[in-house]
Design a protein around this ligand. Sequence first.
Ligand code: NAD
Length: 480
Amino acid sequence: MSAVLNGVYINGTWRAGHDVLEVINPATEASLAHVSVGDGNAVSDAVDAASVAFVDWSKSTGHERAALLRKVAQGVGAQREQLMQLQSRNNGKPLFEAGIDVDDVIATFDYYAGLAEQLDADQDRAVALPSDDFSARLRREPCGVVGLIVPWNFPMVTTAWKLAPALAAGCCVVLKPSEVTPLAELQLARIIADAGFPAGVFNLVCGTGLAVGAPLAADRRVAKISFTGSNAVGVQVMQRAAETIKGVSLELGGKSSLLVLADADLDLAVELACGGGFFNAGQMCSATSRVLVADSLADDFLQRLQARAEGIRVADPFAEDVEMGALINRTQYQRVLGHIQRGIEAGARLLCGGERPADLAKGYFIRPTVFTDVPLDSALWNEEIFGPVLCVRRFATEDEAIALANDSDFGLVASVVSTNTASAERVANGLQAGMVWINAPQVIFPQTAWGGYKQSSIGRELGPWGLAAFQELKHVIRAN
Ligand code: NAD
């Protein structure tokens, strides 16, 4: 067995936990590491430490917090290559995708350092009142000890989107990474540990959802849970949080659409369809797994999409020219193949893919998969697949396309492809989604909000909204 890494960091000290979990490389199925993970007792100790640290940390200035956040950004930058390698090894994603992840982490910590600095100037801002008898000021205060629970598909990134604003706001944190992908996050935690935060401000408890996530969501001393993951677990987190009326932010699943309007540039449409469906092997909450194509273009589009999808190089994340890597683990691999099988049984037509690549004997690889004629009432059309599977349908009018895209329990993102700006903007305005890209890949900036409509989210991450999620508002009104 490989050396066991400590997966618990509490009050400035690394510790062993109560159990050991094995971490697998999904591209080779080989063991990568063993991590000693925590349980409810570790969670309780972490919340103790965070509660004590909160007394002083909550009184620190935004500038003091910003200096530490910038150190984290610099530390991540200095270890960019190593973090990329860890991310690719543990997650199965190509190295170039891991580079995008690491750069996003740096940008997020830098961005929230800037917002933390602005907080000082905004604190105690006078509020105009309709009476001279009173004066009022507004304070934005950290909401307390917060629990951050994240999934495996963009480890470090989903973490940064919660951790940077929570620390910027002045909250103390207990972070629970996914038990499947703790390695890059452990390295990120070491960088944070080296940055010089006071003991207890940042705590980490690796472990399973039931052993660590559930007690964290239930702890009455935790003021807020910020969770990213599946809807099924989101419901459980909300139920536990309800018992102590804690705040919850939820980033959950999606079933998003890419709309190819009648005047679209077809080459661009095909590239964006592949990006929206196959980036991260399709394991994206924001996957545009429904592709809606104008009737007049559909035959041409499908021909080109099939050729492009069949040409995508699926390989080990470190292979030269790799375009798509492995799925995260056996469970997810089997789940996606099950969805594909049930889609075929439901009458959808498999255009390409649907199986593992013949040249890869090991690893959880599935070829880029495209279905057409997908029945509207099928699971393939309605459920989140979380794998490299696109479902294409035709539409006759813009209104029909918008209605098809909006006919979902989810509403995370959408993409529109059109050479006519006015049509694209009009369609974008009609879509029930928290983010719409026009003729653009899925670029995400720390300045723009992340989250969606309906069952995709509660609240928004990133931007000033991500910071506000970790703040309480306090008005102080004084008689003059
Ligand atoms: P998951 O819900 O199984 O697990 C997410 C996290 O919750 C993990 O850390 C897990 O250990 C923990 N957990 C599990 N059971 C728990 C419980 N009972 N109480 C508290 N915590 C618990 O999700 P996953 O399989 O890791 O990730 C895939 C899902 O995440 C997909 O549904 C995807 O759409 C969603 N996701 C959403 C976004 C977004 O921004 N909306 C981003 C990434 C992933």
